[in-house]
Design a protein around this ligand. Structure first.
Ligand SMILES: [Zn+2]
Ligand SMILES: [Zn+2]
Length: 309
């Protein structure tokens, strides 16, 4: 079984929060990594409501420096500090992030007490490369420098544990060699690793926040298992969407379709759709077409909804 990826939608709203939707924030958990994507105002309370501990955050990815995506940072960082955060928190964002973080810390940081921080400005390409996963960025078309991100679990060689158990091998450090497809001798048995191993395909989760329609939005989410995509406006408001540098329902559908994603989660809906998110959902589904088997699963998660992949 592939290692699971947990996604928690802490905030699914947009520039103006509503009673049901807080500003954007999504937490992605994979093994010991807890990556927070955007941190709108009130995100730390959303952590409490979701019964999650903000001190477990390992990294924060900022899509861009508009208030609805970052105003939760000072409070969240303060709480992490007061609760004894003992790691180095890594923060990534588009150009300007270093200066803005410095200003933030100047305004809000407690004197004498510090949180260990590393701030990185990222442009295009892979900027986190670990053994089992990487994270990449592409710039978006918004009225402030903005990035979209993809978290990608790398393709992995695995051993079929059932087949391995049947061989009743004694414990041996050579079992690790089988994962590489090598043939090894364990006890009196010669074992061909190629017959035991299988390849677990790579898995991608993409996070496309504020942007106009841009080829980069398709590129970053190519073949994603889940695309979390801003959809601020209905297709009826495409002029306003363009003017404010946002996506419409039809744009999000086109991105998901062209990128061949499996699941599409819409968020960052304008407050005007608070009572009628189904209008957006209907438009996206219609634009995607071909629902049913093999189609793209579309949803509009509510705050605190979780997805397990
Ligand atoms: Zn926004
Ligand atoms: Zn914005």
């Amino acid at each position: 079984m592939a290692e699971k990826i947990d996604v928690t939608f802490l905030g699914t709203g947009s520039a103006v929060p509503t009673s049901r939707r807080n500003h954007p924030a999504v937490l992605l958990k994979y093994k010991n990594e807890n990556i927070l994507m955007d941190c709108g105002e009130g995100t730390q309370r959303q952590f409490r409501k979701a019964k999650l501990n903000p001190c477990k955050i390992t990294r924060i990815l900022i899509s861009h420096w508009h208030g609805d995506h970052v105003l939760g940072l000072p409070g969240l960082l303060q709480t992490m500090m007061l609760n004894g955060y003992n790691k180095t928190l890594k923060i990534y964002g588009p150009s300007g992030t270093r200066r803005k973080m410095r200003l933030y810390l100047d305004l809000f940081a407690h004197k004498g007490e510090k949180l260990s921080l590393e701030v990185h400005e990222v442009r295009e390409g892979v900027f986190i490369d670990e053994k089992e996963f990487f994270v990449e960025a592409l710039s978006m078309d918004h009225d402030s420098p903005a990035n979209a991100y993809s978290f990608v679990v790398k393709e992995q060689n695995r051993i079929d544990k059932k087949k391995l158990a049947k061989l009743k091998l004694p414990n041996s450090p050579l079992i690790g060699e089988l994962t590489k497809g090598k043939t090894v001798k364990i006890g009196d048995k010669k074992i061909d690793g190629k017959k035991l191993r299988y390849v677990e395909p790579s898995r991608k989760i993409s996070f496309v926040m504020d942007t106009r329609m841009t080829p980069n939005a398709i590129k970053i989410s190519k073949n994603a298992e889940l695309l979390i995509c801003e959809t601020t406006y209905s297709k009826e408001e495409k002029e306003i969407a363009f003017e404010h540098a946002h996506l419409t329902s039809v744009d999000s559908a086109a991105i998901a379709k062209k990128a061949k994603v499996k699941k599409l989660a819409l968020m960052h809906l304008s407050q005007r759709y608070e009572a009628i998110p189904k209008v957006i959902l209907g438009e996206v589904k219609k634009a995607i077409g071909g629902s049913g088997k093999g189609g793209i699963e579309v949803s509009i998660p509510e705050d605190l909804d979780k997805m397990e992949l």
